[in-house]
Design a protein around this ligand. Structure first.
Ligand code: SAM
Length: 480
């Protein structure tokens, strides 16, 4: 089968295979670079990606090592091209950080071996650039086309380890939505593509697999297409269905799942199908839920979607606590144990080094400015040097205390990581390590993003029958 760029990205971009374009830290675009086959859409250069940082013919994005910086090209826009470009620009989100209109040499990827990122130089009248990154589930989550609300990285990384998704796990996921969780979970369970023999042998093999369900026809179709384009066929089994009424078995076969993730409006309606034996229907004594009561003995043709030889781990994802209580109630009635509710409060910490020199000239509002010119920078550096080495103290004494009254570097208050003073230590300098210059500081995100959802975790223990016990005794005899 086609190999997934998420699992086997290779060393460079290839035609029609997903690449992530990094415009700025929070602004990423998925692109499937097309080979040049002649004029396209008014562009003599073929297919062109237009961004606020310039135009990028797909031919310039192809066969480049991952991590490369690609510079914008002057393209022959023609009138149609100009119109397209305007449309594309107006659709672009404004990135949260500073616009970059000129190439930033500092962030240029290094050159080296054939596969190492390199700068691709294209004659250009525009000075912008982008970086081109290999797809990962995290980058896909940041760049995917939103069809629904999605599960974000801080949540899915925690969920996947709590439900013990690991290479070889079979995981049930509903609904598929925009596929954010699907991509993260397929990487977690991947342990190779199924062979032709394994594929013909029914639903399961020793290969990890994601069984994904979606009842919205448009989202199902879009997901199906993405799975194909991302080389995930054989690893993600997508089914178009309403899991509340139809459950999780496929043509009477069991996915034999060991892990379950439900991101649905009414998880309790799906949980009734996640049992080991056929559940007994009840009329819903609480007057609302069609949730079933205790398990009853299953008829011979009833098939559980769960692995009968292992404990099963579940997580449900719900924004309201009312949904949580109904979910917990259904879980309790169906024998799920160790039920626990978790809320992830994700916080982003910005860590950087604050250069002493920048702290020396706050304006009236207390904002610190970079030196205006080389002379000012040199003056500040001279001052720092003098303070550190005790020379020319007399001349610099008027600047010994910052304008904001702070003590300067070298004092214990200003010690950064490992107890080292930021900037210059007495008797030694970081001249050879510019990244160590300055005091290490952290800043939290201005506004704390509140919770996205409550996570309910539970375990359905494996059942142990007389036959299991007899089998175990044969393997591991007790007593003599
Ligand atoms: N977890 C997904 C992601 O990370 O992209 C987002 C899931 S989205 C919030 C919920 C999805 O469940 C929607 O696409 C909806 O169509 C689907 N859904 C709702 N009820 C369903 C049902 N009974 N059976 C199958 N899918 C259902």
């Amino acid at each position: 089968p086609k190999r997934s760029p998420f699992l086997h990205p290779g060393s460079r971009t290839t035609p029609d295979s997903l690449a992530i374009i990094l415009l700025s830290r929070d602004n990423l675009l998925p692109v499937y670079p097309k080979e040049f086959t002649g004029e396209h859409d008014g562009y003599a250069e073929g297919v062109v990606l237009n961004t606020r940082y310039g135009s990028f013919p797909h031919s310039t994005l192809l066969n480049v090592p991952w991590g490369s910086q690609v510079r914008a090209s002057a393209v022959d826009t023609g009138s149609r091209g100009r119109k397209r470009k305007r449309n594309a620009e107006s659709q672009q989100q404004t990135p949260a950080d500073t616009p970059r209109d000129t190439p930033n040499e500092d962030s240029q990827a290094g050159t080296g071996t054939d596969a190492a990122p390199k700068k691709v130089d294209i004659p250009t009248s525009s000075s912008g650039f982008v970086h081109i990154l290999a797809p990962t589930p995290e980058l896909w989550t940041m760049s995917l086309p939103h069809r629904t609300q999605v599960v974000y990285t801080p949540d899915y990384s925690y969920i996947l380890q709590r439900i013990r998704a690991r290479p070889g796990t079979k995981i049930i996921e509903a609904g598929a939505g925009s596929g954010s969780f699907t991509h993260a979970s397929v990487r977690a369970v991947y342990n190779g593509y199924p062979t032709a023999e394994e594929s013909s042998g029914g639903l399961t093999s020793k290969r990890g697999k994601v069984f994904s369900y979606e009842f919205n026809p448009d989202r199902y179709a879009a997901m199906k297409k993405e799975i194909g384009m991302h080389g995930l066929e054989g690893l993600v089994h997508l089914t178009h269905r309403d899991v509340y009424t139809e459950g999780f078995c496929i043509n009477g076969q069991s996915p034999e799942a060991e892990a379950v993730f439900l991101d649905l409006p009414a998880p309790w309606e799906a949980i009734q199908h996640l049992t080991r034996r056929k559940p007994a229907p009840t009329n819903g004594k609480d007057g609302q839920d069609k949730v079933v009561g205790s398990n009853e003995d299953s008829p011979k043709d009833w098939v559980s979607p769960l692995n009968g030889k292992q404990s099963v781990y579940i997580c449900t994802f719900s924004p309201c606590v009312e949904q949580v209580t109904r979910t917990v109630s259904a879980m309790r009635r169906l024998g799920w144990v160790n039920i626990e509710v978790v809320e992830i409060a994700n916080r982003r910490l910005y860590v950087s080094r604050e250069r002493i020199s920048l702290r020396m000239s706050p304006d009236k509002r207390g904002v610190q400015h970079a030196p205006r010119d080389v002379n000012e920078a040199l003056g500040r550096l001279r001052h720092i040097h003098d303070k550190a080495f005790g020379r020319n103290k007399r001349e610099s004494s008027s600047m010994e205390v910052d304008e904001d009254g702070d003590e300067e570097m070298g004092s214990d208050n200003n010690r950064g990581e490992n107890g080292a003073a930021g900037g210059v230590e007495s008797g030694s300098t970081y001249a050879d390590k510019p990244w160590m210059d300055g005091q290490l500081i952290t800043r939290t995100e201005g506004e704390l993003k509140s919770h996205t959802s409550y996570l309910v975790f539970a375990i359905l223990p494996r059942e142990w029958t007389e036959e299991d016990e007899a089998e175990a005794l044969k393997k591991w005899p007790v007593g003599k």
